[in-house]
Design a protein around this ligand. Structure first.
Ligand code: GDP
Ligand code: ZN
Length: 363
């Protein structure tokens, strides 16, 4: 089954990055499923299984050099046409990462090239704007545009109050209330799923992410079955895919790793998610003000004036602490790596770690 690459999200930006690979006779493809050593990719000729070429593996120094679901890659199809070799990963437009399991802290990409991320919360008793704040930070780190989706509107006592509460977290982020019990309400999400647009969903377990995905692809069920029947390799059923092409445009990505994502790495995310605190902080007396006990703090002044809530500041500081902790862990990892490579001695490493643990550097 040939696939139109623009429907999959291919655009001039990726085409430009691909030019040198085109000269080498390679084809563009998008990763739709990741197993340990094998991938599924969509290319113009249809789907194929793919493995990472030896050269790419050889040059890969960190885990993020390997392909992830959503990545655009340069592949070489073999003569039979169903297995492909991945020679390169194109630069990513956005990426969601998590800390890889194991004793070293390592970044692992769980989804790439997402345009819009739905931050899903449930309007049942469990509704908690603090959790949305967290996901906003993750979204800003990734480079994808966040959209807040308040699901289970059928269970809400006061939908408008919740909408206001969510909208107040960040004025530039759209907020929608939907209910999977009334399928038409999900139509407000369709515009984000225009042709070639890639959407992913984040949110705690139980908020209704799977139900939303099923409803959004619902119209395609028949179509999906058609494809599967005409596909001689039917054992790779569409349900096992982590990247789904919708019938009327749009691509949905739902990977297990995305579901358990956490904060990673200090970056622009916090200031993006807490834009109003960032603006206030420009008027603090100290440039590195932590808004705790420093004199001349414009942020605490705003809390005193009632223009900023104490909860909002507290959750900002909690996330700041978490990021500082993670940054320290990453520093530790770098030091341990230095030791391993013989760049520093055991004594120096112990000294460094001790000074770090006693709070040598935090921000
Ligand atoms: P996930 O863990 O985020 O993927 O959540 P699920 O999609 O598995 O949904 C969790 C539960 O919430 C299921 O029992 C769904 O039927 C239910 N649910 C999902 N959306 C809605 C909704 O809009 N209204 C109500 N009342 N229940 C919903
Ligand atoms: Zn301050």
């Amino acid at each position: 089954m040939p696939v139109d690459l623009t429907r999959l999200g291919w655009n001039t930006r990726f085409a430009d990055a691909f030019a040198p690979y085109a000269e080498r006779g390679l084809q563009p493809a998008r990763v739709s499923l990741e197993h340990t050593h094998i991938y599924r990719v969509f290319s113009g000729e249809g789907e194929a299984l793919a493995r990472v070429a030896g050269r790419l593996r050889h040059h890969a120094s960190v885990r993020t050099d390997y392909p992830a679901v959503g990545d655009w890659v340069a592949v070489e199809r073999d003569t039979q046409g169903d297995e492909a070799r991945i020679h390169a990963v194109l630069p990513r437009k956005s990426r969601f990462s998590r800390r890889a399991a194991g004793d070293v802290t390592e970044e692992q990409i769980v989804a790439a090239n997402i345009d819009t991320v739905f931050l899903v919360a449930g309007l049942d008793d469990d509704f908690n704007p603090r959790r949305l704040e967290r996901y906003l930070v993750v979204a800003w780190e990734s480079g994808a545009s966040p959209v807040i989706v308040l699901n289970k509107a059928d269970l809400a006592v006061d939908v408008n109050a919740r909408l206001d509460e969510a909208a107040s977290l960040n004025q530039s982020v759209p907020v929608h209330a939907v209910s999977c019990r009334t399928v038409q309400t999900l139509d407000v999400l369709r515009p984000y799923l225009g042709e070639g647009q890639t959407v992913a969903l984040l949110g705690s377990s139980g908020v209704g992410k799977s139900t939303i995905v099923n409803r959004l692809i619902g119209r395609d069920m028949l179509r999906t079955r058609d494809v599967r029947e005409s596909d001689s390799r039917g054992r790779h059923a569409s349900t096992s895919r982590q990247l789904v092409l919708l019938h009327d445009g749009g691509v949905l990505i739902d990977t297990p790793g995305l579901r358990e994502i956490q904060l990673w790495e200090t970056g622009e995310g916090l200031s993006g998610a807490f834009a109003e605190i960032d603006r206030l902080a420009e008027r603090c007396r100290f440039r590195d003000c932590q808004h705790r006990t420093e004199p001349g703090c414009a942020v605490r002044q705003a809390v005193a004036d009632g223009t900023l809530t104490a909860e909002r500041l507290a959750s900002f500081q909690k996330l700041l602490d978490e990021q500082a902790y993670q940054a320290r862990q990453q520093d530790e990892r770098a030091l341990i790596e230095d030791k391993r490579k013989g760049r520093i001695g055991a004594k120096a490493l112990r000294k460094h770690l001790k000074s770090k643990r006693s709070g040598g550097s935090s921000a």
